[in-house]
Write a protein that binds this ligand. Structure first.
Ligand SMILES: [Zn+2]
Length: 471
């Protein structure tokens, strides 16, 4: 655990030295393969000395357009981009929401196939009460697609995840420190033993903390995993950028501070790879799941459903057959009673399409063109898919005004083609050619590219690997 003291003590020199060493290591990679194999043995035998390593780091909600700002305070990201491949933009899938897109990044298929349309499994309770999104359900119930970590494990490669999503109970993950960490797992135990977190902090991780502190601990966990276990595939999700942009809007003073902190975490991961002696066989993917947009109006469709009698309040509980689940720039409408769908779908579509602030209302069949799953394939599929107009986002309110105005806030969920929703793609390191700039790409291309580097198979991936960025 000594990396922590070193990291914080020598902050100004660390960046310079880590970068010098990082790029020297890359340049030397091919010439000194046997030396580097030796240096790698100091870490762990978990991944064999010759096998490739991929580290995927997602900066939640980091907008592609922020990278174009010369004042962006992210020297590590800039350096990785300058010495690797960067896309002008990366188009997410619909809905442009965290869990669906993280799932695409590790499967290469969209929501029509993997069926993740929210940040968990949407459950419509039998008593007619409000829909719930259940995050802590097993991966196999939630994700209907083969993942990179399963494909890697089948080949005998080792994998790890830190704060990754839709991965609860996932098979093939050797080491983990989850979004909701389990004190019985090996990595939380190691961090407690190293004095980095207390047992109590692990057990109450979501409550007794701040977003920046959670990112710090997740980075601590990634550093520990790299240095002590050296998996072939590490998935790390950093979340503070999302939290701050929701509250203060993207590209604001607060957002730039969050971007800078994310960069600090990136630097710690790169430095850990250098310290572990694996930099010459490591490829980094620095990605985001979606971009972010600013809005000043919230529209709550359930308020209209209450007014029209679809949702009623009895015994202090709202119950109904028709519910809308808001996802920021999108909303999913469910009609519980299948027998009433034929009658209600056209009426509700016409009604919601007439409201200011709603851009489009798609039937389930029409939403298929956006990659939303078909209701014949999963109960996660909505009967109507609503998108918000610019400057509007959906809310889950049941009372109060249908639409309310407020100060600037941030949201995602808007159509994947909207410029503000475009995500980050930077790849850098052992397997990547330096100095490649890509035209906008789809995030469906990430998983097959990683699969090619690791030499594992993802036969269902919808798009080809980014062969043009690979050495
Ligand atoms: Zn997100």
């Amino acid at each position: 655990m000594s990396v922590l003291s070193g990291t914080y003590k020598d902050r100004p020199s660390l960046i310079k030295s880590s970068f010098h060493l990082f790029f020297c290591a890359l340049i030397l990679a091919t010439a000194t393969a046997s030396d580097s194999a030796q240096s790698a043995t100091h870490s762990s035998a978990a991944s064999s000395a010759q096998s490739p390593i991929v580290i995927v780091i997602t900066l939640d909600g980091f907008p592609a357009r922020a990278l174009e700002d010369p004042r962006l305070p992210m020297p590590i990201l800039r350096s990785l981009a300058a010495h690797g491949a960067v896309a002008k933009a990366m188009e997410p899938i619909n809905p442009t929401v965290t869990w669906p897109n993280h799932t695409t990044i590790v499967t290469g298929v969209d929501a029509s196939q993997h069926h993740v349309v929210a940040n968990g499994l949407i459950d419509l309770p039998a008593d007619g009460s409000a829909p719930r999104v259940e995050p802590w359900v097993d991966k196999d119930r939630l994700v209907h697609a083969r993942t990179l970590y399963e494909a890697a494990a089948e080949k005998g490669l080792t994998t790890a995840q830190v704060d990754w999503v839709a991965i609860y109970g996932g098979k093939g993950v050797s080491w983990q420190f989850g979004e909701k960490p389990d004190i019985h797992d090996e990595i939380p135990q190691e961090l407690v033993a190293g004095g980095i977190v207390t047992r109590d902090q692990v057990e109450h991780f979501g409550q007794k903390s701040t977003p920046a502190w959670r990112d710090q601990v997740w980075t601590d966990a990634a550093v520990d995993i790299i240095e002590e276990h050296t998996p072939n595939l590490l998935l790390l999700h950093l979340l503070e950028t999302d939290t701050v942009q929701h509250e203060y809007a993207p590209l604001t003073t607060a957002a730039y501070a969050a971007y800078a902190y994310a960069d600090h975490c990136l630097g710690r991961v790169v430095e850990a790879s250098r310290a572990a002696g694996i930099l010459d066989r490591t490829t980094f993917f620095i990605l985001s799941d979606h971009g972010f947009a600013t809005y000043t109006h919230t529209i709550s469709p359930n308020v209209a459903l209450v007014e029209q009698g679809f949702i009623r309040k009895d015994d202090d509980t709202f119950r109904g057959d028709v519910w809308v689940k808001a996802e920021g720039g999108a909303a999913e409408l469910f009609i519980r009673d299948a027998a009433r769908r034929k009658e209600l779908v056209p009426k509700l579509k016409a009604y919601f399409a007439s409201l200011p602030g709603i851009q489009n209302v798609y039937t389930n069949e029409e939403a298929g063109a956006l990659g939303i799953p078909s209701e014949s394939s999963t109960d996660q599929a909505p009967q109507l898919y609503l998108t918000a107009a610019p400057d509007y986002a959906f809310g889950d309110d049941l009372s109060g005004p249908l639409t309310r105005q407020h100060g600037p806030l941030g949201a995602h969920g808007y159509p994947s083609t909207m410029s503000d929703m475009q995500a980050l793609f930077v790849a850098s390191g052992a397997a990547v050619k330096p100095g490649v700039t890509l035209a906008p790409i789809s995030n469906l291309r990430v998983a097959p590219t990683i699969a090619r580097i690791l030499n594992v198979s993802l036969p269902d991936a919808k798009e080809p690997a980014l062969g043009e960025v690979l050495r």
